[in-house]
Design a protein around this ligand. Structure first.
Ligand code: ADP
Ligand code: MG
Length: 148
């Protein structure tokens, strides 16, 4: 699914001087969720990274299976080389209508709150942290779906 999304946005990324690196997990991993909603989450994150890097940069996407408290989770990470998020805004960015992009009428500050709602609906979590040099990383965990 991530590969499909990357195919969709690759021209736009190239046009904006953004390189996207995808490191999928070695084995196939599945989550139990509506595909269109998860696609929406990924597009929201990618759109934010694009907007954070108006003169280009890099995006790193990874998926991996991790153990947490005795259960298996699918972890997806989205990292960009933009300016990151100011410390005082870190706790607000998932709130509805929170945006630092005033004046852009298509940015209503709903992307992350809608994403948060979708992720919670499927018992997942989302968190964000700034990374050392520059940029930020969003970390999403979903319970692993297994039919065993
Ligand atoms: N990758 C990112 N880099 C820097 N800031 C970000 C990033 N993603 C989100 N943000 C911050 O979080 C805020 C909320 O994001 P979002 O809910 O998508 O609303 P919007 O994009 O409409 O402003 C943004 O206005 C921005 O300040
Ligand atoms: Mg947004």
């Amino acid at each position: 699914m991530i590969r499909n999304i990357l195919t969709l946005i690759k021209h736009s990324a190239k046009h904006k001087n953004i390189t996207i690196h995808f490191t999928p997990s070695d084995n196939e991993i599945a989550i139990h969720a509506n595909k269109n909603e998860i696609k929406q989450v990924m597009l929201n994150l990618l759109k934010n990274s694009f907007e954070a890097m108006p003169s280009g940069g890099e995006i790193f996407i990874g998926t991996t299976q991790i153990p947490l408290n005795g259960n298996s989770f699918v972890q997806m990470t989205f990292t960009d080389t933009g300016p990151g998020i100011q410390a005082e805004n870190l706790s607000d960015i998932f709130l509805p209508f929170y945006s630092t992009k005033k004046g852009h009428e298509d940015n209503l500050g709903l992307g992350l709150s809608v994403s948060y709602g979708i992720i919670r609906k499927y018992h997942g979590t989302i968190s964000v942290e700034n990374i050392d040099q520059s940029g930020c990383q969003f970390i999403i965990n979903f319970p692993l779906y297994s039919n065993e």
